[in-house]
Each structure stands twice: as structure tokens, then as C-alpha cells.
Design a protein. Structure first.
Length: 179
């Protein structure tokens, strides 16, 4: 990690993983994808927490406000089960919702599995942080990140975050001319 390394929040929301009963594959899946997609120096600020709405909200607030992560990616808790409350926690701590992220992720995932319609992924802005809820399965995480990553750097620019460059071999970020 260097002085100019960008902190990126990586939050696994899982009762079993947080208790050590299940190996966290979601968080490492996010880190693996970002390792290919992001060219700027960055480092993960990882958390593995239980499916508790207040805990999820508290973690997102800490990563945005105290850790100053311009990007926070969550995995897990986006389905229809009673304990799946990640979108509600994200919405509760966001200043603005960014529904296009969830819409695009569902559209991409529907090409692979019909149950993608059950996913409630969303995204929101808190201060200078973009929070994006991803699915829990590593292959779905990559699929969704590949879809939304071209828009993430410019979104971070617009909310006052640091300039994030992508690896053009894996992702070309869109920025208007002159941005």
C-alpha cells in the first residue's frame, strides 16, 4: 500500500461467514475482480459482517465517513429472504439512490439465470462515496462489476472522489471529453 493508494470498501454480508461457519468467497471475489479492473493504486478495506440492518448501515457509514472510501462494494444480502437487508441498509445511509446500477446488474444477470429477477441490488451515494450492492456468488460479482465498472470512475469524479483509472485490457471507463 502506498501513500496515494485509494481505499476501497469491500463488505461481505453473511451470517455464516461472519461466524466463521462458511468461507467468505464474495469479498475475495470482489478483490480479485478489482485487481484486474482497476489500474490506479488501491487497497481493500475489508469487513465480514452479519446480516443485521443496523450493523450493515454502521459499517457503510464508517467506510464512507471515517475510512474515506470513494467506492464501497457489498456482497450478499440482496435476495428476497427475510434476513436479506443490505439494500435497505444502503438506502438508509445514502444521500441519493442510483437505481441504474441495480437495473443494469439485473439485466446482465438475467442473461445467465432466470432467478436474477429476485435480486434487489442497488447503489447509492453517501457524501463522496459510491456504495454498490453486488450479488454473493463470485462469478455473478465479476459479471456485474464488468457491467457497471465503466461508469464507476466518472461517478466518483462527479461526487468529489479521487480519480480512479481502469485497466484498459479489462475495462474502459467512460468519461466525457475533457473530464
Amino acid at each position: 500500500m502506498t501513500e496515494t493508494s485509494v481505499p476501497i470498501g469491500v463488505v461481505t454480508v453473511s451470517d455464516r461467514a461472519s461466524r466463521g461457519l462458511y468461507e467468505d468467497k464474495g469479498g475475495p471475489g470482489i478483490v480479485a475482480a478489482l485487481s484486474e479492473l482497476v489500474a490506479s493504486p488501491w487497497h481493500p478495506v475489508a469487513r465480514v459482517i452479519a446480516d443485521e440492518r443496523a450493523l450493515i448501515a454502521e459499517t457503510l457509514i464508517a467506510l464512507a465517513d471515517a475510512e474515506r472510501c470513494p467506492l464501497i462494494l457489498t456482497t450478499g444480502g440482496t435476495g428476497p429472504a427475510p434476513r436479506d437487508v443490505t439494500p435497505e441498509a444502503t438506502e438508509a445511509v445514502s444521500d441519493k439512490l442510483m437505481p441504474g446500477f441495480g437495473e443494469l446488474m439485473r439485466a446482465v444477470s438475467l442473461k445467465a439465470v432466470p432467478t436474477a429477477i429476485l435480486s434487489r441490488q442497488t447503489a447509492g451515494i453517501r457524501g463522496c462515496s459510491l456504495i454498490v450492492n453486488l450479488p454473493g456468488k463470485p462469478s455473478a460479482i465479476r459479471e456485474c462489476l464488468d457491467a457497471v465498472m465503466p461508469a464507476i470512475p466518472y461517478c466518483i469524479d462527479l461526487i468529489g472522489g479521487p480519480r480512479l483509472e481502469t485497466n484498459p485490457a479489462h475495462c474502459i471507463a467512460f468519461r466525457p471529453k475533457g473530464a
